[in-house]
Design a protein around this ligand. Structure first.
Ligand code: CTP
Length: 448
């Protein structure tokens, strides 16, 4: 019996998929089809899969060509499968010609002609018109956003806004954007969605204006400094049927999503304490260290540290206490925010003027999780137990600057697909604004 194997994502199942399965089956007597998981595709940089794994498997089965369907979830699996299932022929579309020569040591490799003029990517683009994104602000983070957006299909960064026209012009020229403007209304008319990367205290007003003009909003953190403002933004978004997402990039990274999943899985028992630290020594002449109203360690980096705390301990803390080391100009150089929850504690440490080990520690009743610096670009973490010999280390790929994940989720939601908003919820976003509000209120009092 001649055994054939082939692989693919088989998203939005189309004629090309049907043809390749038919031809692969004709090469032998028994066909195995490997369907990729969303996570595996993510690590390969394919961030736009729409159909669930179940649906994609179901579609492959429905053709009647597959004698067996398996799931492909890691690099190196093809070699394993070929040996495990005693495969004679590995078949794949001609778009991959030359890419699988290394498998020739194990079986015959056949590149089958690809069907012309059809692909999942084409269908995705046809199903949803390209989302035109405009960037508000031209600072350091905005500069990273534009190149990252190129890795997400279905979106294009089209224009930039800055109240200083020279900055907008320079940015547009550098990134070859079609339009730049210092007039917010003109700018908003040119886009479907905005990415807000302006100074912190302007986030709320820009987000509100954009949502009121029926634009989707991806807003840098902190989205708002007042709980009521965050609530108001979500209200407008809902009323106008628009997506509003706070751009805490860690929340959308595959590694962090997995870390949270494992923490919640019960392997470390019940979570009782979360400690998160993020510090970056910041020169004295930057906004972070000079803006006496909204600068400082906590407003700058607290969104990072609050993220795992609110996700794992919940949003209804009983008490929060802030201890800060202050600079002469009234900003906090270093802040410890200690939370008391019904069933445990949490500690956030953030700073612009004190350096510490940036780690995330999640303590449970059966074990703990340790993610070392830079845990916010989550690439690895370890689950540890009482028995020091027993530990599990996880490695997850993190591509580029990591902004592509939040952009991909943003586009996915704009296109009306569900199932990704759990990564950072409205409730968590509102709670975060509430903590910021409390911090600023106490800092103002202290500075008076
Ligand atoms: N395939 C094909 N003809 C097409 C499209 C895909 O023969 N027009 C083949 C691929 O070569 C591969 C298999 O179908 O062997 C699964 O490919 P997959 O990557 O799932 O499909 P694409 O449509 O190419 O997806 P995308 O646009 O997301 O890359």
């Amino acid at each position: 019996m001649k055994k054939v194997i082939t692989y693919g994502s088989f998203d939005l199942f189309h004629e090309g998929h049907y043809n390749i399965l038919k031809r692969a089956k004709e090469l032998g007597d028994y066909l195995i089809v490997g369907v990729t998981t969303e996570q595996y595709d993510e690590t390969r940089g394919k961030l736009n899969i729409i159909d669930s794994l179940d649906e994609r498997i179901e579609n492959v089965k429905r053709t009647g060509f597959a004698d067996k369907v398996i799931v492909e979830d890691h690099v190196g699996q093809k070699v394993e499968d070929i040996q495990k299932y005693n495969i004679d022929i590995f078949a794949i579309g001609s778009d991959w010609a030359g890419s699988f020569e290394h498998l020739k040591d194990y079986c015959q490799v056949v590149y089958l002609e690809r069907t012309r003029n059809i692909s999942s990517t084409m269908l995705r683009n046809k199903q949803h018109p390209i989302i035109r994104i405009g960037v508000i602000g031209t600072g350091r983070i905005a500069e990273r956003f534009v190149p990252e957006a190129k890795y997400v299909s279905g979106v294009i960064v089209q224009s930039v806004y800055n109240p200083h026209i020279d900055s907008a012009k320079k940015f547009a020229e550098r990134f070859e954007l079609d339009l730049y403007s210092d007039d917010i209304e003109t700018f908003l008319k040119s886009v479907d969605a905005v990415y807000i990367a302006s100074p912190h205290e302007t986030h709320f007003e820009y987000a509100k204006t954009a949502l009121e003009r029926h634009k989707h909003v991806l807003c840098e953190k902190p989205m708002a400094f007042y709980r009521a403002q965050a609530q108001e933004l979500f209200r407008i978004a809902r009323r106008n049927n628009r997506v509003l997402l706070e751009a805490i990039k860690t929340a959308y990274c595959p590694g962090f999503v997995q870390l949270i999943g494992i923490a919640r899985s019960g392997v470390i028992g019940q979570i009782r304490d979360v400690e998160a630290c993020f510090t970056r020594l910041t020169p004295g002449n930057l906004r972070e260290t000079t803006d006496a109203e909204y600068g400082g360690g906590f407003t700058e980096f607290g969104s990072h540290t609050l993220l795992p705390i609110l996700k794992l301990m919940g949003t209804d803390y009983e008490e929060v206490r802030f201890d800060s080391i202050m600079a002469e100009n009234g900003i906090d150089l270093y802040t410890k925010a200690s939370f008391k929850f019904k069933n445990g504690f949490a500690l956030s440490k953030s700073g612009v003027g004190v350096k510490s080990e940036g780690q995330l520690l999640i303590a449970g009743t059966r074990g703990y999780i340790l993610a070392e610096s830079p845990w916010w670009l989550t690439q690895s973490f370890e689950v540890r137990y009482e028995d020091p010999n027993k530990k599990e280390k996880y490695f997850v790929k993190f591509l580029g600057q990591g902004l592509r994940y939040e952009i991909s989720d943003f586009a996915y939601m704009i296109n009306g697909h569900e199932g990704r908003s759990y990564k950072f919820t409205e409730e968590e976003s509102v709670a975060m604004a509430g903590v910021m509000e409390e911090f600023l209120r106490r800092r103002r009092l202290q500075n008076e």
